[in-house]
Design a protein around this ligand. Sequence first.
Ligand code: PBG
Length: 329
Amino acid sequence: MYPLIRPRRLRSNEAIRSLVRETIISPSDFLVPLFVVEGKGIKEEIPSMPNYYRLSLDNLTKEVKELWKMGLRSVLLFVKVPDNLKDNKGSEALNENGLMQLAIKTVKNACPEMLVMTDVALDPYSSYGHDGIVADGQILNDESVELLTEMSVSHANAGADFVAPSDMMDGRILSIREALEDEGYLNTGIMAYSAKYASAFYGPFRDALDSAPVDIKNVPKDKKSYQMDYANRFEAIRETQMDIDEGADIVMVKPGLCYLDIVREIKNEVDVPVAVYQVSGEYAMVKAAAEKGWLDHDAVMMEQLTAIKRAGANIIASYFAKDAVKLLG
Ligand code: PBG
């Protein structure tokens, strides 16, 4: 008899579809990136990231309380540093009363159970807009790792639950893990940006933090000497395995949508949680197309988030977190 099997039976109405659905997005999937600025009463929209804001500490308090009420339990902090505090070594990053350190304390005061992760890289503090120290047209590895390690300890000291090194220097996870252990921060975790590609999708983020590499002689114009070549696949596995061996608790693939093959491959390969960062450019594209009326914002957003989770993400860092949770109702 023909046909014996009719796969459409399992798609015939929403009840059966929801019964057999394999991937479901929920608030606990999300890590919410937040941009913090100096000052008071500031909530400035980032031009290339519609409906996303830079917040001063008072507004950060309000924001994390709102996130908590929505069921969002984890944040990833970034700071925008004024130019006069930037130098090649990112010295301001180690200021115990610096903006990041204050932001960590602000979130913990407002919402003690909120999980706080912090970005560890020099770029927002660097006068050259690089994640490490620049010398003779190069990004120094080991000298940068020393600073990133001190930065991580400083974040742990301010109360961060996890540090998230996004710099792609070699050996930084081991160095950070050892320093955290030495300083007694046994429970401070590391979420390593393990497979982070040199991507044009970071553009709006660099606008948000004013952190793009500067156009000066003898300063590399891009981050290709440390972030990965997007043509490569095996290298992502190797980088990820190295970070796990060095003590990473969570590994990350970044950006998201263009790299879901990498996400699945890593998910099949490792047994630690895998995070995916749906980055600023991915957000901007959806917002822009939706503004023009060319795409259905909510539908495209949910399709993309579901695809990221289906590919193997245990954690999704996304600027859509609030939009998605509101939609889930
Ligand atoms: C800093 C950092 C970047 C992002 C996260 N951490 C930018 C970069 O590496 O240039 C990008 C995030 C985004 O685009 O949303 N090292």
